[in-house]
Design a protein around this ligand. Structure first.
Ligand code: HEM
Length: 288
């Protein structure tokens, strides 16, 4: 019999595309969640892994998957993300060669593309690290705050005003849960499809404080079914942010371009890649 060369398994584009396909199939199969999709919470998991990055110290970011451990997993901002990690566990069992940290980010990439968002180029290279790499609590944004806080948090990651507004468009997706953040409701009428509706609604609807005993949030006056967080409203109240809200409300293509660029940067913060930037992969979506 022909002798097969033995060596360590080095996964290639096709292998990662298979993982992508399995996540996409599981998203299709498991419609028993919120608005019928785990997509939004998968994206939130990928963002909360990445958004701990601090450019001064180089700590945090998606390398490490340290949310597996108690201090970080139980930070208030990460409430509810266990459901996203549980969703991905069978995929990890099926493809044991992928690291949790590459898998969780691939989950975010897949969620965006499967919810009809733009392509999110990807490269692997994250390794799982131990509990000592958990970041301190308080690195993720606090929704009750204003534009100064938004700039401080995203500035610490190295983002500018345009990128902050573009990334915030993710709130077209998903909803707030009283038993997680304390806030309640979706931002848009189509929370499982990525569109620029978040910006349109911010500009076109009339918003007022919701009358309730929960944390201060806005509701749309007309239907009282949609919500905005104080940090969302800061984007139209602030003179530096507002022009980008207007641009994205008028131009979905510009939003998709800047959102994709911002997400690629977010998902790669602090990762010591060996693969070059121009060798990123673009995965085929299930509907391509
Ligand atoms: C959900 C805050 C930026 C993606 C939420 C929730 C809060 C929040 C309070 C509700 C969580 C819950 O109750 O389940 C913020 C603040 C931000 C910010 C204060 C910045 C100032 C982002 C960014 C992204 C993102 C940059 C992605 C690029 C999401 C998604 C959900 C969500 C997809 C829905 C999750 C679900 O449906 O379970 N965010 N967020 N957010 N956030 Fe953000």
């Amino acid at each position: 019999a022909a002798k097969k060369l033995q060596g360590p398994f080095v996964p290639k584009f096709e292998d990662y595309q298979q993982v992508y396909n399995s996540i996409a199939a599981r998203l299709e199969e498991r419609d028993d969640y919120d608005d019928g999709s785990f997509g939004p919470v998968l994206l939130r998991l990928a963002w909360h892994c990445s958004g701990t990055y601090d450019k001064e110290t180089g700590t945090g970011g998606s390398n490490g998957a340290t949310m597996r451990f108690t201090p970080e997993g139980s930070h208030g901002a990460n409430a509810g993300l266990q459901s996203a990690r549980d969703f991905l566990d069978p995929i990890k069992e099926q493809y044991p060669w992928i690291t949790y940290s590459d898998l969780w980010i691939l989950g975010g990439v897949c969620a965006i593309q499967e919810m009809q968002g733009p392509k999110i180029p990807y490269r692997p290279g994250r390794s799982d690290r131990d509990v000592s790499f958990c970041t301190p609590d308080g690195r993720l944004p606090d929704a009750s705050k204003d534009q100064k806080h938004v700039r401080a948090i995203f500035g610490r990651m190295g983002f500018d005003d345009k990128e902050m507004v573009a990334l915030s468009g993710a709130h077209a997706l998903g909803r707030c849960h009283e038993d997680r953040s304390g806030y309640s409701g979706p931002w848009t009428f189509s929370p499982t499809t990525l569109t620029n509706d978040y910006y349109k609604l911010l500009l076109e609807e009339k918003w007022a404080w919701k009358k309730w005993t929960g944390p201060k949030q806005f509701e749309d006056v007309k239907t009282k079914t949609l919500m905005m967080l104080p940090t969302d409203m800061a984007l139209v109240q602030d003179k530096g942010f507002r022009p980008y809200v207007e641009k994205y409300a008028n131009d979905n293509e510009a939003f998709f371009k800047d959102f994709s660029d911002g997400v690629v940067r977010l998902f790669e913060l602090g990762v010591p890649f060996t693969v070059a930037e121009d060798a990123r992969w673009t995965f085929k979506s299930s509907f391509d």
